[in-house]
Each structure stands twice: as structure tokens, then as C-alpha cells.
Design a protein around this ligand. Structure first.
Ligand code: SF4
Length: 937
């Protein structure tokens, strides 16, 4: 036999291993960073980590290229050319921070609302919001308003939690998994691992999405629904299940507001509100006694059917109203089939399958537990049906009610927080009432009167000034979008430019590519950022921006504060924020500088600590006026949100042996590093299901500092705060909506989920829905500059279904003109069979502007890549009433990205995609043609 070459199958890849947390997307997997000669040589998954258990995706392994990207900013920059040109000079940090302080200090002394501070894919929102609160501006939010606030808000108002970071399917017991509108990037590795588990067990997966890619491509059934009709489909399934009696009556009676009594006297000022006792507790009728009882009274059996009449007013349980509404034939499959694009037979079959698995494959886990009424249970009933949903159903103007409908479907199946169903991750469950309310009262030289964002309980909580005008620049928490719990970042630039509701002085943003892929109406936003007034001054006078990379937004700032890469910084993935918990455990994590930056850059959060001290913000200085925190690492260890509660839950107390609560421990960060970059505390068996009502879980959560006293609650099939807004619109109460919004509030803010068509005004003649998805291999705009990931998606064709390709005489790589009421693009196309027949789509954020991201001007991202954003406007077409109507959900203000309607026609191939913008000057030059280096120990 021929001699075989000697191959080293296990070469030594590194001389040191450093464990930290990935930031190539929002999943926050644990990574092992292999070092050679002090440089990053290789990244692999951390097998001990609770999120990914060693799994690493393409993005995660390509972190090495992100860390070495030629587009990294190198030093603070001061604009020297016209805004938008990209012409800067490098300055020192001292000068940069002096400029920032000189701009921000005077407006804090006169009117802090003149600062608008908004962050993008920020994973430190509990810190950035604290800074904004200390500064005193009401104008703070992160990117949730243009991402998935409908999903989060509907979930928290309905069940006290939501998908992804707030909860997950019970992967170990689920037998039927249904996912709605989920692209591949959000909740990336955990979903892939979960789907792997389901496949291994032979569980069935149903994917509902107009586009069959990624998770939907591996689903057993694909339902190519008409975009924007998910809510109607779900309500039709609720109709089928209620009509067939396939609902969990025990679960509804014991754990939800189905038996809670509602005032049914149309003339009463309390019409539609709950009947409550003197302590404000919702009342039900106890089947044991036939009498009224508070919902949490020991030993009661709440009655789903009994009514109560007192003082001439009839009170009926929520369940009555549900039956009346959803048994109506308007929700029958035959009545909705044409609109949703799914046959009535198929709707009935899916509903029947949900019921079959939930009830005929129910099982018991032998875990004893005690509920909040003191009743002991010998086991836990499992209903092995679970759901997951994301932005696809959320980013429509009817997204809030659609997301609500999905949670109601879960509830009537009895499949939330039970074995086999959807499970909360700590610090959830946490009902809307346990969250703060929004605060917006500001005054010179003072901190804001409380946290910016929160959950309103009625009109009294809106962020309005005394004259009724919006207190916030984005008009969050106003009659236009009362439940905008994440703010409306997508309206900030537009409103600031329009001076509506008021003008600002400084726009301060972090990690938000607002002049490109993060904004609707991209061209318009660039004009707003560069527009000047009659004196030649910029309409938005000052812009400060922080980013690690030379993104398109950099060119539009006056002052750049360069951030580090994720391998060069401290970060805190905190229980106060968006932690990495599992359904069975509380967990948090850190990032730490596994390499030191050699550029003149600083972690943005450390810069905020410094800026906070220079501005003398309360909480950022000691009594003698000196800086309270040396940097963000110092803050992470020593900040206390309330006594004993800090950003990290692990390794607290004098010895570092306390979890959840405890004094600061000076070695805390080293303990995290020694532990692989994370901390986990498991929920005891018997406490890990039925969490909202499980006394053992509630006690564990108090011990961990998740809340200060047990807070059991009922799921809200009927969201009473919505009804309070309707009541106001009907003329009740002292706080009244403006006349032009009365009908809209009455129509949309139904306390039981409804479906309505998104506002189609101005869309006549535009009949095709145009969508974007983010690919598995890219996270927002970051991936499009990554030397490895660009090999996967260097440009983004527009995908058309086969019928539209035929109809328009198109073949692969032809070009098409795509027109919306707002704009036009000319782009290359490809045919795709697994696509709703009236939907076109493309990958999001691949297209780049020339000059940005250190890419060459002829890079495919800049010549064949494109954005659909040019076709979308942040405002609806004018209605002739002189008002500006946001292209948003009327309840939460969520940006309605996916309501875009277009028409298409074949076009002659241009030289490159249109529109094409002139190149920006690059403050970092252009990357080399090849990137290669040898790492030696
Ligand atoms: S899923 Fe996200 S966090 Fe996890 S390895 Fe991939 S990019 Fe990193």
C-alpha cells in the first residue's frame, strides 16, 4: 500500500483560550476565543454555555473578520466637510468629550428635552436609559419601536411575557410546534437547536410565512399565508376550537381572566371595565358558593358562565364576551379563506390538529406543586403544543392585535407555562402592571421623574404635556400610539426635522444606521439630516453618533465617538435588561476585552460614564463631584439598581457566593471570566412550570431579586387598559383624545383581539406585497462588510413567485422596476416557487452605499445590492386633513414595514441598481483587495 502522508488531525490552534459572549447577532451565545501570539486565531462555541451548548453559526465563527474589519473606526472624528460628505478630521478623546460636554451641558441647564438620545441594537439598555434619565431628557428609546414592539407589548399585556428572550417552547416535550413569521436571524442558534430536538423526536412543525426559507423550509407543513392576515387566520382557528369545544376550560377558569366579571351596562362610565373589590382585585363568581370572590381567594372555583347583577348593572364574565365574538360566523374558515389565502379545509385541519395534540396527547409530569390560592397539585398537566413568532406578524399596522390573538390561541389550548407548551424565561413572567409606567416630566438641571419606557394602564399614564401636546419627540405614549412601550425611534428624525411636536438641539445616537437600512424613506432621511434653514444652519443643529464601524450614518454626524468591537469591550447581558435565561434557569453573562484595541477607540458605555461625570449627572458623580465610575466595568460591578440588586446576578456579596441579591463583590468580573463568561442559577424542580401561579416559583423569584414580593396574576384574554382608552374615546373621563383620533381609538383598541386591514389609503394600483427578511448569515448591516459572510450574501436579488415571473416575462437575473406610492427601485430578480403568489421579497440590509463600510465602490453590495427602504415612507400618504399620519400600528406605534404594496414591470438592465447615491468619503479609506494573515504563537 502506498505510504500515506502524515497529517496532524488535531493541530494546536491556540496557545490560550478566552471565553466570552458572541455579538454577531442578538442571541448572545458563549464563545471560546482561541488566541495565538496575543491575537485572535479562531472562534468556537462554548459547550458549557446555557444558550448554545457549543453550537456556533456562520456569523459567530466569522466574528474574527468582524474584529479585524477594515471598516473599524480608529479615532474620534470631527466633521470638517458638509454633513453627509464623510469628511472628518481625527481629534483626541479629550477634545471629543469637551465638544460633547459643551453641547450637552447648556441644554441640560435650559431644557433637557432638546437632547434626543436613541440607541439601536444596544445590549445595554438598562444602562443607556439610566444615563438618559440622569440627564433628564424624556427623549430616549432603543430600536424596539421599529423592530418587534408589537410582539413584546402584546405578550406582556396578555400573558406577562413574550417569545424569544422572554420565553421559549418546551423543546423537550413539545410534539407540535407552530411558528409564525419567523426569519432566520432572530433567536438563531436556540431555535435551530430546538428544531433539531423536535426533528430527532419526530415532532411536527408547521411554518406560517409567505416565504419558505430557513425554518419554514424544514417545517413539515408550510402555510404560505397572505401577508398581514395572520390575525384573521388565528381568530378563525380560535372560532373552530371554541365551536368544537376543544378548549381547556379548567385552565381558563383557574389561571386567566375568562371568569372575571365585566360591567355590561352601555350607559355606565365603567362599561367594559372589570368588577373589583375594595382592594382593587378582580372579582369572579365562586362555583362552590355562587358568591362573588376576589380572583385569588383560597379554594375558589371561578365560574366561567355565571353572571352577576347589582345596582341595576349586569356583569358578565370575559368568557361570555369571547364566545359572543369568536363564535360569530365572520371568523368561520369559509368567511376568511380568500383573504388569508388558505383554504377553509386547511384552516379546520390545522385547528383540529392543534386540539388533537393538546388534548389527546396530554400527559402528566409527576411534579407536586402548590398554586397561588394554596391548592396542592400532585402533578403538572402537559399540553405538548407550542408556538413561536417574531417580526413577520409584528411589523404590520395590525400587528399588536395579531400578536394578542396568537397568545389567546395559546391560552385557550392551555399551553402556556405548562409542560410541552410555551415557557417563560426569568425574569418573566412579569405582568404589565409589574413594569414601570412611562415618565416624561423634565425640568432644567434635573433627572427625569422616572424611567422613560413602560406600560400604560390607561389615558392617565400618557406622556402628554399640560396642554395635551406630546412630551416626547417621537410622540410615544400619546393618543396616536398609546401603548408605544419601546418608543418610536423611526419617527425621531422625521419629527425633529419637522419640529413636530417641537424642535431639538442635539440628536445623539448609538449603533443605529438611520441614514440607510434602519430607516424608512432612506433618501428623505438623508435630506432631513442635511437640510438647512433660512440662515443656512442645519435644521437638526447637532448630531453625535457612536459606532464601531464606518457605517452610512457616520457621514451624517458632526461628532463621532468610536466604539470598540465586541472582543475589545466589557458588556453586561443583564437580568435588568435582555438576559440569556432559559426556562429552567436564570442566567446572565459578560463580555470582556479578550484583546485590547490598538486603535484610539473606547467602549461606548465607558464613554457615557465619563460624559456623565463631566456633565455632573446624578448617579455618575460622587459627593465631591469626582467621577463615580472609572469605566463601564466599574459600573457593572458596583452599580446598585436597588439595595443588593446590581447589573449581574452572579457571584455577589462579600465572598462572591451569593446569587441574585447581595452586595457588590470586587472580584465579580474575574469570577465570571473563570466561570466561562456566564452565570446560571437553576429553578428547583416543581417550581419550573406554572410560574405565574406557582408559589414555589414566586418565592424563588423573590429570593433571586427578580421581584420583591410574590406577584401571581391572571392571563389577560381581555386587556382592560385597552378598554379604558376606548372609554375615553367614547367621551368618558377628563383626559380626552383629540377629535380626529376618537374613531381610530374606538375601532382599534378592542380589549379582545380583533383583525383589521392595515390602512390602504393611497395604495390603489399597488397590489403586490413586498417584504424583507434577514438572512441566517447576516445580522443587520454588520454582516455585509464581513469578508467571510460577504461570500454567502454579496448581493440580494429580488425574489418573485413563479406566477409573477411568468406574468411579467421575467427570467432569472433580469431586472425589474419596482414602484410603490412613495418611490421606485430598479433591481435584479430571481424566481422562487416556494413563495406566496402575490408577494415579492429580498434579504434586508445587504445593499450598501458607496464609500461606506470601507468597501470598494464597485463592491457587489453597492452595485447589485439594494434596499427596499427607498419604497417605504415613515408617514402614510396625506389624507387631506393637513395631519401627518405615521406608518405605524395605531396602538403601539410599531413601524409597519411589512404593509408595503408595490407594482412591478420588466426594465432594461441599468449599469447598477437604482437609486444610486454618490459615494461618501470614507474616514477609514477602502479595505485591501485581500485580507490574509498568519497568526503565530
Ligand atoms: S447565533 Fe448569534 S450569538 Fe450565536 S453564534 Fe451565531 S451570531 Fe453568535
Amino acid at each position: 500500500m502506498k505510504q500515506q502522508p502524515a497529517i496532524d488531525l488535531s493541530p494546536k490552534v491556540s496557545d490560550e483560550l478566552r471565553k466570552t459572549t458572541c455579538y454577531m447577532c442578538a442571541c448572545r451565545c458563549g464563545i471560546n476565543v482561541h488566541m495565538k501570539g496575543g491575537k485572535v486565531a479562531y472562534i468556537e462555541g462554548n459547550r458549557d454555555h446555557p444558550v448554545n451548548k457549543g453550537v456556533l453559526c456562520a456569523k459567530g465563527s466569522a466574528g474574527i473578520m468582524q474584529h479585524n474589519a477594515p471598516s473599524r473606526l480608529r479615532a474620534p472624528l470631527k466633521r470638517v466637510g458638509a454633513r453627509g460628505s464623510g469628511e472628518f478630521e481625527e481629534i483626541s478623546w479629550d477634545e471629543a468629550l469637551k465638544i460633547a460636554t459643551d453641547w450637552l451641558a447648556p441644554i441640560r441647564e435650559s431644557d433637557p428635552s432638546k437632547l434626543a438620545f436613541f440607541t439601536g441594537r444596544d445590549q445595554s439598555q438598562s444602562f443607556t436609559s439610566l444615563w438618559a434619565q440622569a440627564y433628564g431628557t424624556p427623549n430616549y428609546a432603543a430600536h424596539g419601536g421599529f423592530c418587534s414592539v408589537n410582539m413584546a407589548t402584546a405578550g406582556i399585556y396578555t400573558i406577562g411575557g413574550a417569545f424569544w428572550e422572554f420565553g421559549q417552547p418546551d423543546w423537550d416535550h413539545t410534539k407540535l410546534f407552530m411558528l409564525f413569521g419567523v426569519a432566520e436571524d432572530h433567536d438563531s442558534n436556540p431555535i435551530k437547536m430546538g428544531i433539531g430536538k423536535l426533528k430527532a423526536r419526530g415532532a411536527r412543525i408547521i411554518g406560517v410565512n409567505p416565504i419558505r426559507t430557513g425554518y419554514n423550509a424544514v417545517a413539515d407543513d408550510w402555510v404560505g399565508i397572505t401577508p398581514g392576515t395572520d390575525g384573521l387566520f388565528i381568530l378563525s382557528m380560535i372560532h373552530c376550537l371554541m365551536k368544537a369545544g376543544k378548549i381547556d376550560l379548567h385552565y381558563l377558569a383557574q389561571y386567566t381572566d375568562a371568569p372575571v366579571l365585566v360591567n355590561c351596562d352601555e350607559k355606565s362610565p365603567d362599561f367594559g371595565l372589570f368588577l373589583r373589590d375594595d382592594n382593587g382585585k378582580e372579582l369572579v363568581i365562586d362555583r362552590n358558593t355562587g358568591r362573588l370572590a376576589a380572583f385569588d381567594s383560597p379554594g375558589i372555583r371561578p365560574d366561567l358562565a355565571a353572571t352577576h347583577r347589582a345596582a341595576g348593572v349586569t356583569h358578565r364574565p370575559v368568557f361570555h364576551q369571547m364566545a359572543e365574538k369568536y363564535l360569530n360566523e365572520e371568523y368561520a374558515p369559509e368567511a376568511v379563506a380568500d383573504r388569508v389565502g388558505i383554504t377553509a379545509t386547511r384552516i379546520r385541519a390545522i385547528a383540529a390538529e392543534l386540539a388533537r395534540v393538546a388534548f389527546e396527547e396530554a400527559f402528566e409530569l409527576p411534579h407536586e406543586w402548590t398554586d397561588f390560592r394554596g391548592e396542592k397539585h400532585r402533578s403538572m398537566t402537559g399540553r405538548p403544543v407550542s408556538f413561536h413568532a417574531m417580526r413577520g406578524i409584528s411589523a404590520h399596522a395590525n400587528g399588536f392585535q395579531t400578536c394578542r390573538a396568537l397568545h389567546v390561541l395559546q391560552i385557550i389550548l392551555g399551553s402556556v407555562e405548562v409542560p410541552g407548551g410555551f415557557r417563560f424565561k426569568p425574569p418573566y413572567p412579569k405582568p404589565a402592571k409589574a413594569h414601570p409606567k412611562p415618565h416624561a416630566a423634565c425640568s432644567p438641571c434635573s433627572p427625569l421623574n422616572g424611567p422613560h419606557l413602560g406600560f400604560v394602564q390607561g389615558p392617565e399614564d400618557l406622556a402628554l404635556k399640560d396642554d395635551g401636546s406630546p412630551a416626547r419627540i417621537d410622540k410615544a405614549f400619546t393618543w396616536e400610539n398609546p401603548m408605544s412601550s419601546h418608543g418610536l425611534m423611526h419617527m425621531v428624525i422625521s419629527n425633529a426635522h419637522a419640529g413636530d411636536p417641537y424642535k431639538i438641539d442635539t440628536l445623539f445616537m448609538y449603533m443605529a444606521n438611520m441614514s440607510w437600512n434602519s430607516s424608512m424613506n432612506t433618501g428623505g432621511v438623508m435630506e432631513m439630516l442635511t437640510d438647512t434653514d433660512e440662515n443656512g444652519d442645519y435644521v437638526i443643529p447637532r448630531i453625535i453618533y457612536s459606532d464601531a464601524y464606518s457605517s452610512e450614518m457616520v457621514a451624517f454626524a458632526d461628532l463621532i465617538l468610536p466604539d470598540t468591537t465586541y472582543l475589545e469591550r466589557h458588556d453586561c447581558i443583564s437580568l435588568l435588561d435582555r438576559p440569556i435565561c432559559e426556562a429552567d434557569a436564570a442566567a446572565d453573562a459578560i463580555r470582556w476585552p479578550v484583546v485590547q484595541p490598538y486603535r484610539n477607540v473606547r467602549g461606548f458605555q465607558s464613554v457615557l460614564c465619563d460624559l456623565g461625570a463631566r456633565l455632573k449627572l446624578p448617579g455618575f458623580i460622587n459627593e465631591d463631584g469626582s467621577a463615580k465610575y472609572a469605566d463601564y466595568a466599574d459600573y457593572i460591578v458596583n452599580h446598585m439598581r436597588r439595595p443588593g440588586i446590581g447589573p449581574l446576578a452572579g457571584f455577589r456579596g462579600p465572598q462572591g457566593d451569593q446569587s441574585g441579591r447581595g452586595d457588590a463583590h470586587p472580584e465579580q468580573l474575574q469570577r465570571y471570566i473563570d466561570n466561562g463568561g456566564f452565570f446560571v442559577e437553576h429553578i428547583p424542580e416543581g417550581a419550573n412550570y406554572y410560574k405565574p401561579w406557582n408559589a414555589a416559583y414566586q418565592d424563588w423569584a423573590v429570593k433571586m431579586g427578580l421581584f420583591d414580593a410574590p406577584q401571581p396574576y391572571l392571563f389577560s384574554l381581555y386587556v382592560e387598559p385597552l378598554r379604558k382608552f376606548q372609554l375615553a374615546a367614547e367621551g368618558h373621563g377628563t383626559r380626552q383624545p383629540p377629535e380626529h383620533l376618537r374613531q381610530r381609538i374606538k375601532d382599534h383598541m378592542s380589549p379582545l383581539p380583533i383583525w383589521y386591514e392595515a390602512d390602504q389609503q393611497g395604495n390603489a394600483g399597488y397590489d403586490i406585497t413586498a417584504l424583507t427578511q434577514r438572512p441566517m448569515a447576516m445580522y443587520h448591516s454588520w454582516g455585509g462588510q464581513n469578508a467571510w459572510l460577504r461570500q454567502i450574501h454579496g448581493h440580494n436579488p429580488l425574489y418573485l413567485p413563479s406566477n409573477l415571473m411568468r406574468e411579467h416575462g421575467l427570467k432569472d437575473d433580469d431586472w425589474a422596476r419596482v414602484t410603490s406610492p412613495h418611490g421606485e427601485i430598479i433591481v435584479p430578480v430571481k424566481g422562487m416557487a416556494a413563495l406566496n403568489e402575490n408577494t415579492i421579497w429580498t434579504w434586508n440590509a445587504i445593499g450598501k452605499r458607496k464609500g461606506a463600510w470601507a468597501l470598494r465602490p464597485d463592491a457587489p453590495e453597492a452595485t447589485r445590492g439594494f434596499l427596499l427602504n427607498h419604497l417605504i415612507h415613515e408617514l402614510l400618504p396625506p389624507k387631506g386633513d393637513g395631519l401627518r399620519w405615521a406608518n405605524s400600528d395605531p396602538i403601539t406605534g410599531q413601524a409597519a414595514w411589512f404593509d408595503l404594496k408595490v407594482r412591478i414591470e420588466k426594465a432594461d438592465a441599468p449599469m447598477e441598481t437604482e437609486p444610486s447615491y454618490s459615494p461618501q468619503s470614507s474616514p477609514v479609506g477602502t479595505g485591501p483587495g485581500e485580507i490574509a494573515w498568519k497568526i503565530r504563537s
